[in-house]
Design a binder for this molecule. Structure first.
Ligand code: NAD
Length: 261
């Protein structure tokens, strides 16, 4: 019998990260979730959990001590898969209306957290002879996203981090790939759509319809669609998939929304 994969998921208490946690558990993995809260508006995932602000370096060091500790001390005893998934939407608005503090927070949660988790995961994976890192970017990290400049910039940074780390650690058997979800059905996109509707004077249903129209398949995706790709990319079936930026989005054609029609 193969040993269960040991998986750490940041931002795994809700949304896509939560779907990833369930999918890895269903696949026989041992999962540790790191998040600010155990569960938002639902049951806890039902795996190891650390409450942590992933943008804080000291807290992240403590998290990795916990995760890498031997089984008998409650840890995973090593790490095979890191899903650096956490991310916030950041502010919505024209750049001249955005505050530096909102820019800094978006960068800290979305980019610094990935840096902090990779710098601790990679030595552990090297020691184990390999591993798989999945960074969650966004289609906004490929096309740009009007009125969401801090978010888009943070997601381009994730693509740069992933491409670079793939080159840096591939020779150690560590694969690094970047996932780009399209618009996911759920609370997060509802808030984004409401913010856009408020600012642009459109109805929320018109904003949502405009998002759907930008996708070849005319749809939002679900967390489980991203999770299924994560499980595949972390599996031996994807053993030579490295340094890739992979969208799960129904075929996004553009992210140009109806701000100035
Ligand atoms: P979500 O808001 O549903 O869940 C994010 C989780 O991260 C929450 O459980 C929250 O508590 C946690 N979190 C936030 N800040 C934290 C912090 N400082 N420390 C620890 N935990 C923190 O988000 P989601 O929609 O599942 O998004 C997950 C990832 O996918 C993000 O990187 C996001 O940018 C990306 N993404 C989402 C969508 C979408 O439509 N939802 C689209 C493309 C990309």
């Amino acid at each position: 019998m193969t040993k269960p994969q040991r998986v750490l998921i940041t931002g795994g208490a809700a949304g896509i990260g939560r779907a990833m946690a369930h999918a890895f558990i269903d696949n026989g993995a041992r999962v540790h979730v790191a998040d600010l809260e155990v569960a938002r508006g639902g049951e806890p995932v039902g795996c190891d959990f650390t409450g942590v602000d992933v943008s804080d370096p000291e807290s992240m060091d403590t998290l990795f001590e916990t995760v890498l500790a031997p089984n008998e001390s409650g840890g995973l005893g090593g790490l095979d898969v890191l899903c650096a998934n956490v991310g916030i939407a950041g502010p919505t608005g024209a750049i001249e209306d955005l505050e530096p503090a909102d820019w800094d927070l978006t960068m800290a949660v979305n980019v610094r957290s990935a840096f902090l988790s990779c710098r601790r995961a990679i030595p552990a994976m090297r020691a184990a002879g390999g591993g798989s890192i999945l960074l969650t970017s966004s289609t906004a990290g490929i096309t740009g996203f009007p009125m969401r400049s801090p978010y888009a910039a943070s997601k381009y940074a994730i693509v740069g981090l992933g491409d670079t780390l793939a080159m840096e650690v591939g020779e150690f058997g560590i694969r690094v790939n970047v996932l780009c979800p399209g618009s996911v059905d759920g609370e997060r996109m509802r808030k984004v759509i409401d913010a856009e509707a408020n600012l642009s004077g459109q109805s929320a249903s018109d904003v949502r319809a405009a998002y759907e129209k930008q996708v070849s398949m005319r749809t939002f995706v679900e967390g489980r669609d991203i999770a299924a790709m994560a499980v595949f990319l972390a599996s031996p079936a994807a053993r030579f998939v490295n340094g890739q930026v992979i969208s799960v989005d129904g075929g996004l054609e553009t992210l140009r929304t109806n701000w100035r029609t």
